[in-house]
Design a protein around this ligand. Structure first.
Ligand SMILES: Cc1cc2nc3c(=O)[nH]c(=O)nc-3n(C[C@H](O)[C@H](O)[C@H](O)COP(=O)(O)OP(=O)(O)OC[C@H]3O[C@@H](n4cnc5c(N)ncnc54)[C@H](O)[C@@H]3O)c2cc1C
Length: 381
């Protein structure tokens, strides 16, 4: 039976970043990434806004705040050094009336507490100078917000992990993990020939995204009792007609939903030049990525409040992503969980639960944190 020093479950952006980090820090160790699909990034990592967030929204001292602020810096450096396409285009969080202006003040203050650089408040005239076609009475300008080509990022992380000795086992779906003398017996299913198999691993890192609760349950963890119950929250996008795309220069966001279940229907400029509106935020029971075309009017009405030039016919269905949320519907905001499970009798196991936004931005800082736990520098968080 094959034995690996480290097994990572999931080849999304986080699993690949962790594989690269482990390969770089422990050269010569054996690393395998188990991924159920035939290629990397087939789930949430390719179904998002591709925004490099600055980190102003998240609660003081939270992992989301700390890892986003650190991850933002690491990601820009990584993209520059590895030729990954990205653009530091800046973002405006716009207020359309007085009540929203006071929300901006709260966000600005939180951003400063979180250590976000390059934030400033703009009055109506400054907004108009930067974005002549946007309707706003005030805005926060965030100069460190940008966008990244998430596919290019994952391709680069995968190449580095593989050149560092990691094996990526595509078409392998993890089913169960059982402790066995000094490590774990891992049972998987190969997706193509539907055959079952087994291997052993000394350490296991659960980066399974939407599958993280199932993987944790497959280790024998009572996920309800542990607070690992996952909720799916769907975000749909609509595309703005290409003829209108040139009218916006920055990323434009309204203030976020008060419970932070999403950041509001915003305007995302993608690396390919297209402009999307979204994502919405609705809790769902199934992993269904279809976009409901009848919602075009809702997206149009929402965006028209700050983009007055938009017409209904400019808004076309695009794509959807699903957030792996620990926050239950109507419940309090939940942080990322990055847990060393030694305390549950699973030494060498790290579970990453609820890695929703800003998980893309934070992939490199999350990987660093995982490595620090593996080095024994940190215990449970
Ligand atoms: C609508 C939306 C917008 C977002 N916008 C942004 C943004 O602008 N900026 C930002 O920073 N973040 C954003 N995010 C969050 C970001 O996309 C995620 O945090 C990030 O992609 C998570 O990466 P991951 O590797 O943890 O998960 P995933 O990409 O989902 O990867 C997990 C992998 O695990 C595999 N897997 C699952 N179960 C098993 C199993 N049993 N066996 C083998 N493999 C398994 C899956 O196939 C998958 O490939 C957004 C998310 C959504 C949904």
């Amino acid at each position: 039976m094959d034995t690996f020093d480290t097994m990572i479950i999931g080849a999304g952006v986080v699993g690949l970043a962790v594989a690269r980090e482990v390969a770089g820090r422990w050269p010569g160790s054996s690393i395998v990434v188990l991924e159920q699909h035939a290629r990397f990034g087939q789930e949430t990592s390719s179904r998002n806004s591709e925004v490099i967030h600055a980190g102003m929204y998240y609660p003081t001292g939270s992992l989301k705040a700390r890892l986003c602020v650190e991850g933002n810096r690491l990601l820009y450096d990584y993209c520059r050094d590895h030729g990954v396409a990205h653009a530091r285009m800046g973002k405006l969080i716009v207020a359309r009336d007085e009540s929203e202006t006071s929300m901006l003040e709260t966000i600005l203050e939180q951003g400063r507490i979180n250590g976000v650089a390059g934030l400033r408040m703009l009055g109506e005239r400054d907004v108009r100078r930067m974005e002549p076609e946007v309707n706003a009475c005030a805005a926060i300008y965030s100069e460190t917000t940008g966008v990244v080509d998430s596919h290019g990022l994952m391709a680069s992380l995968e190449a580095e992990a593989v050149s560092g000795g990691a094996v990526i086992a595509y078409n392998h779906c993890l089913e169960r993990i059982e402790p066995c003398n000094g490590g774990y017996r891992v049972c998987y299913r190969t997706v193509r020939d539907i055959a079952a198999g087994e291997c052993r691993a000394r350490r296991i890192i659960n980066c399974a995204g939407l599958g993280c609760e199932q993987v944790a349950a497959g280790m024998g963890i009572d996920t309800h009792a542990a607070g690992y119950r996952l909720h799916y929250c769907k975000g749909e996008y609509f595309r703005l007609a290409q003829t209108q795309a040139h009218r916006i220069r920055h990323l434009i966001y309204p203030p976020p939903f008060h419970d932070l279940r999403g950041l509001g229907i915003h305007v995302v400029r993608r690396m390919d030049g297209s402009v999307a509106l979204g994502p919405s935020a609705e809790y769902v029971d199934t992993l269904d990525y279809t976009v409901d075309p009848t919602r075009a009017r809702e997206f149009f009405e929402s965006a028209r409040r700050y983009l007055p030039f938009i017409r209904l016919q400019d808004v076309q269905p695009d794509m959807a992503g699903i957030r792996p949320k620990l926050q239950e519907p109507g419940g309090p905001i939940r942080d990322f969980v990055i847990a060393d499970e030694a305390g549950r009798g699973l030494p060498g196991v790290i579970n990453l639960m609820g890695i929703e936004s800003p998980g893309l931005t934070a992939c490199l800082s999350i990987a660093r944190m995982v490595a620090a736990i593996l080095r024994g520098e940190r215990s449970r968080t």
